[in-house]
Design a protein around this ligand. Structure first.
Ligand code: AHR
Length: 507
C-alpha cells in the first residue's frame, strides 16, 4: 500500500477555473468531420446532416470551446471554399492528410453545429500558404454586421447575424518542417504580428493565439516562443502549446507519470513568456492556450495512417489515427487534466485533440453507432465539476520510481472550491499499477464537509489495464462508486484503487 496526504485551505487558491480549459478540437482530418460529427443519410442525422447520436455525446461530455478547422489541414485551406451553395463548392486535395476534401462542410455548417453543441468557436486561420489579406477578410466575413463586401457575402449565404467569433488561432504548428508553409521563428513572428494587427483593425474585440512549439522536443523549443513573442507580444493574447504522449516499450510506470513532463513543459513556456515580458517592459500578460493535447500512439502508426508520407491513394475521409484508449490511457488523460487545472492561472485555454474518431474520446462508425472511449470519462467529470476557484494543494506522497522521470509522487491531484455551492471537488489519480493508495486530505477552513459523491475510473472486474470500450462492448470502462471514502475528524480518508483516477465531491 502506498500513501499520500494532501492539505488544502479555503484561502489558498490559484485562480478562477478557466472554463475554456475544457476545450476540444474538430479538424478536417480522417473521420472527425465526415462520418464523425457530420454524416447526411445516417439514420441519426438531422436535416443538416449533423449526427444526433454524436451531438448527444458531445453535449454530455461538455466541451466549452472547439478549435476548427485544423490542425495541419488549415495550413493549406482556403476558407472561401467552404462557404456558399454546397453544389458550387470546389473539391480540393488536402496535402496535409492526403485526402479529398469535398467542402460539403464549412464555416456556416460549423457555426450551426457549434450552436447545437453549445460550444464557443476557436477559429484557426491559414498562415501556411496565406496571409494578412485572407485573414482580415475572414474576420470581416464572420464578425462584421453588414454593408461591406465580405459581411454582405455572409448575409447572402444565409447568415444575417454576425458569427461573433472571439477566439482565433494565428496558424498551426508553423515551427514544424511537416507543416505546409513551415517558417522560421522570425518569419512567423513578423507575419503573426502583422496579421494580428490587421485582424484587430477589423474587430478589436477578438482574442488571438500565436503559434508556439509543436512539442517540447522540437529543436527550436524556447527560442521559437522567445523570437515570436519578441515580435508579437503586444498584438497577441496567448501563445499555443501542443503535446501528445504515449506509452513507450511497455513502460507503464513512466507513462502514468507523464503529467510530470506536461508540468515541466507548461512551466518552461511560462518562463519564456515572462522573460519576453520583462525584457520588453510589457505590463500586459500573455497567457497559454494548450490547444492540442492528448494520448496518441504515434510510433504505432501503420502505413495507412500516414497517407501524406506513403499512401498514393487520394480518398475522402480515410480512417486515420483512430486510437483505441485503455484504462491506463484514461488515467493518464485524467492526470493531464489535473496538470492543466493546476496551471489554470496561466493556461487559460486547452483543447483535447480531437473530438470524434481521430484520437478522440468519442467514436462513431459510418452508418453505425457512436460510443464513449475510456478517456471520455475524466474529461466529462472535470468539465462538469471543476467550478469556482482552483485550490493550491500541499502534497506529500510515497514515491514511485520510473525510468523516464525518476522518483515521482504516487498520486497526482487537483482540486476546486465553489463558494456559491460550498462544494470542494478533488480529482486524484493513483499512479501505482499494483498498490492501493491510503489517502488523507486535511481540509482547512471549509467548515463541516461531508462526502456528497465519490467515484473512480479503474480496471473493471475481469479486465486489466489494457481494457477498452469497443463498439461491441461500449460501456465496459466507466466511473464506478469509490466506496472506501469517508470524512473522519474533518479529514477525508480514502483508499484509491491501483491505477485509478477518482473524483471526490464534498459538500
Ligand atoms: O491532431 C492531429 C495533428 O497533430 C494536427 O493536425 C496537428 O496540428 C498536430 O501535429
Amino acid at each position: 500500500m502506498t500513501s499520500a496526504r494532501i492539505t488544502i485551505d479555503r484561502d489558498f487558491t490559484i485562480a478562477d477555473v478557466p472554463r475554456r480549459l475544457f476545450g476540444s478540437f474538430v479538424e478536417h482530418m480522417g473521420r472527425c468531420v465526415y462520418t464523425g460529427i457530420y454524416e447526411p443519410g445516417h439514420p441519426q442525422a438531422d436535416e443538416r446532416g449533423f449526427r444526433r447520436d454524436v451531438l448527444e455525446l458531445v453535449r454530455e461530455m461538455g466541451p466549452t470551446v472547439v478549435r476548427y478547422p485544423g490542425g495541419n489541414f488549415v495550413s493549406g485551406y482556403r476558407w472561401e471554399d467552404g462557404v456558399g451553395p454546397v453544389e458550387d463548392r470546389p473539391v480540393r486535395i488536402d496535402g496535409a492528410w492526403h485526402t479529398i476534401e469535398t467542402n460539403a462542410f464549412g464555416l456556416h455548417e460549423f457555426v450551426d453545429w457549434s450552436r447545437e453543441a453549445d460550444v464557443e468557436i476557436m477559429q484557426a486561420i491559414n498562415l501556411g500558404t496565406r496571409g494578412v489579406e485572407e485573414a482580415r477578410a475572414l474576420v470581416e466575413y464572420a464578425n462584421h454586421p453588414g454593408g461591406t463586401y465580405w459581411s454582405d457575402l455572409r448575409r447572402r449565404n444565409g447568415a444575417a447575424d454576425p458569427f461573433d467569433i472571439k477566439l482565433w488561432c494565428l496558424g498551426n504548428e508553423l515551427d514544424g518542417p511537416w507543416q505546409i508553409g513551415h517558417k522560421t521563428a522570425a518569419e512567423y513572428g513578423r507575419l503573426a504580428q502583422e496579421t494580428a494587427k490587421a485582424m484587430k483593425l477589423v474587430d478589436d474585440s477578438i482574442e488571438l493565439v500565436a503559434v508556439g512549439s509543436s512539442n517540447r522536443g522540437m529543436p527550436t523549443f524556447g527560442s521559437w516562443e522567445h523570437t515570436v513573442l519578441t515580435h508579437a507580444y503586444d498584438e497577441v493574447d496567448y501563445i499555443s502549446m501542443h503535446a501528445y504522449y504515449q506509452e513507450h516499450d511497455g513502460d507503464a510506470e513512466s507513462f502514468v507519470a507523464e503529467a510530470v513532463e506536461m508540468d515541466a513543459f507548461i512551466e518552461g513556456v511560462i518562463a519564456t513568456v515572462d522573460a519576453v515580458k520583462a525584457a520588453g517592459k510589457h505590463t500586459r500578460q500573455v497567457d497559454i492556450s494548450f490547444d492540442e493535447w492528448n494520448v496518441w500512439y504515434q510510433s504505432g502508426l501503420d502505413t495507412d495512417d500516414q497517407p501524406h508520407q506513403v499512401s498514393k491513394t487520394w480518398r475522402e475521409h480515410p480512417r486515420l489515427i483512430e486510437d483505441t484508449y485503455s484504462v491506463t490511457d484514461a488515467v493518464v488523460v485524467g492526470t493531464f487534466l489535473n496538470s492543466l487545472l493546476r496551471h489554470g492561472d496561466r493556461v487559460r485555454i486547452a483543447n483535447q485533440a480531437q473530438l470524434v474518431n481521430v484520437i478522440a474520446p468519442i467514436r462513431s462508425e459510418q452508418g453505425g453507432s457512436a460510443w464513449r472511449q475510456t478517456s471520455f470519462w475524466p474529461f466529462e467529470r472535470m468539465a462538469r465539476l471543476a467550478r469556482g476557484r482552483i485550490l493550491l494543494l500541499a502534497v506529500t506522497a510515497s514515491q514511485i520510481s520510473t525510468k523516464r522521470y525518476g522518483d515521482v509522487d504516487s498520486i497526482d491531484a487537483a482540486a476546486t472550491f465553489d463558494e456559491e455551492t460550498g462544494r470542494v471537488v478533488l480529482f486524484v489519480a493513483n499512479r501505482s499499477l499494483d498498490s492501493a493508495n491510503d489517502l488523507t486530505v486535511d481540509l482547512r477552513g471549509f467548515g463541516d464537509l461531508r462526502i456528497a459523491n465519490a467515484e473512480t475510473l479503474t480496471i473493471p472486474e475481469g479486465g486489466d489495464r489494457h481494457t477498452a470500450n469497443l463498439e461491441s462492448a461500449p460501456d465496459t470502462v466507466h466511473m464506478v462508486p469509490l466506496t472506501a471514502a469517508e470524512v473522519v475528524d474533518g479529514a477525508v480518508r480514502a483508499t484509491l484503487p491501483p491505477l485509478s483516477w477518482s473524483v471526490i465531491e464534498l459538500g
